[in-house]
Design a protein around this ligand. Structure first.
Ligand code: SAH
Ligand code: SF4
Length: 369
């Protein structure tokens, strides 16, 4: 299927109005409603089960007629488009879900406990075209964009595990390369009859194409913006973030200044620390110099080892020295030691490893039938 082809794999891809129309059609064909008023009420009820109560199985939606619940179970297109195929829980309470999409592709979503309540990390693409050298998703390349419904469904499934208080678009994929579907899903999550998460509770992380930053500045809902910088030196950033070679750091700086002027919102710069590559105190000073004129804080992320990525985790003393050098230069920095499931700490790893397990070992190919 071509990348650009529009799919509507589930009801969550629909607007609220067409969701209600679908339910009415189903109710009529199942012989449970003639009046559209009833179907409208049931549609509201169905959405509440899904969004507010985290109940995703039609058979448990006790205020809907039995025949309608049965029809919902087998509806085509289906109510939901993904299937949970793996769940991993870490001792700290982090839960990673591996979801299979209607076409067999897989993505991850992660529900993490935190001092301000559970945070959900969601994916926006199957793989990623940006190709960051330290990232499991980048190393595997892009397969396709997710639809808004597939993005929204991660919220619904993640929230059903444990009601979320925050969300970060930091899973698999580069949201700015699937921006309209991402924003559509986030707007549904932000809506009072969605998950009702405030704009400051939702963070979009991006490598920062200037035109996309300008698009975000114009969006009516001002979600938090995080930009993955990783190096204040053009040559090093070009190597680490291959597709961002087209982005001049001075243009990114100008786009972030314009973003602040337009929105009044401070941004976060993310910086993955790679031992001996970008973690020296001198590089921290370069970063602080580059940030002059920006309203931004820095989030330092010690590299989580990824199979096949040729980097090492930074030493704790270097992380501390990097953070101190930033603080001395007047930049606020926090260090994010990742949460995660042991051995799969970096997002995207679960998907990549599951794919490897699925590949038949040489000489063990299945016989065709
Ligand atoms: N594509 C977007 C959002 C997804 S990646 C972006 O790059 O911003 C979310 C964050 O995870 C990014 O800051 C990214 O640099 C970081 N990340 C990716 N792989 C990592 C790894 N192996 N260790 C630590 N952080 C990683
Ligand atoms: Fe894509 Fe982000 Fe991974 Fe880079 S870090 S490859 S942009 S998902």
């Amino acid at each position: 299927m071509a990348m650009s082809e529009v799919r509507t794999p589930s009801w969550l891809d629909e607007s609220k109005e067409s969701f209600a129309a679908r339910l009415e059609e189903l109710a009529v064909s199942a012989g449970v409603a003639r009046a559209s008023a009833l179907a409208t009420a049931w549609s509201g009820s169905l959405r509440r089960w899904i969004f507010e109560r985290g109940v995703l199985e039609p058979e448990r939606m006790s205020d809907l007629p039995l025949a309608l619940r049965e029809a919902l179970r087998t509806a085509q297109p289906p109510l939901l488009a993904t299937r949970e195929i793996e769940r991993r829980e870490a001792p700290d309470g982090t839960v990673k879900l591996l979801l299979e999409l209607a076409d067999g592709e897989r993505v991850e979503t992660v529900n993490m406990p935190g001092s301000s309540g559970p945070t959900l990390c969601i994916s926006t693409q199957v793989g990623c075209a940006v190709g960051c050298l330290f990232c499991a998703s980048g190393l595997a390349g892009l397969r396709r964009n997710l639809t808004s419904g597939e993005i929204l469904e991660q919220f619904v499934r993640g929230n059903a595990l444990r009601p979320i208080r925050r969300a970060v678009v930091m899973g698999i994929g580069e949201p700015s390369m699937n921006l309209e579907s991402t924003l559509r899903a986030l707007d549904a999550v932000h809506a009072p009859d969605g998950l009702d998460l405030g704009v400051r509770k939702i963070t979009i992380s991006t490598i920062g194409f200037p035109a996309k930053i300008a698009r975000l500045a114009e969006h009516p809902h001002r979600y938090q913006l995080a930009v993955s910088l990783h190096a204040a030196d053009q040559g090093l950033r070009d190597q680490l973030v291959p597709l961002a070679r087209t982005v001049r750091l001075e243009d990114l700086h100008a786009a972030l200044r314009a973003y602040f002027e337009r929105t009044g919102r401070e941004i976060t710069l993310e910086y993955v620390l790679l031992r001996g590559v970008n973690d020296s105190a001198a590089q921290a000073q370069d970063l602080a110099r580059w940030m002059k004129g920006l309203r931004a804080t820095v989030n330092l992320i010690p590299f989580n080892p990824v199979d096949e990525a040729p980097f090492r985790r930074p030493r704790r003393e270097d992380v501390d020295a990097f953070a101190s050098a930033l603080e001395r230069a007047g930049v606020t920095a926090t260090v994010r030691w990742s949460k995660g499931v042991e051995g799969d700490a970096a997002c995207g790893q679960l998907r990549v490893r599951a794919e490897k397990r699925a590949e038949p070992a040489p000489g063990t190919e299945k016989e065709s039938c």
